[in-house]
Write a protein that binds this ligand. Sequence first.
Ligand code: FES
Length: 69
Amino acid sequence: MYICICNGITEQDIIEASKTSSNSLEIMKVLGVASDCGRCLQVAIDKCLEVTSSIPEAAKTPPRRVKQS
Ligand code: FES
């Protein structure tokens, strides 16, 4: 489903972007959501918040190596 018609941004684009960032504003800025008419802004914010809150933070970052002493 299209979220932003002006820029051809779909729900799937936002889901994919959320895999590399948990920051909704960053996701929207990188994708260019709401950069034209702005009518998609609220739907885009809702979708970003939905997908960023549903993916655990640990799944977005590589595992840390723990230095053993
Ligand atoms: S629909 Fe997204 S900027 Fe117009």
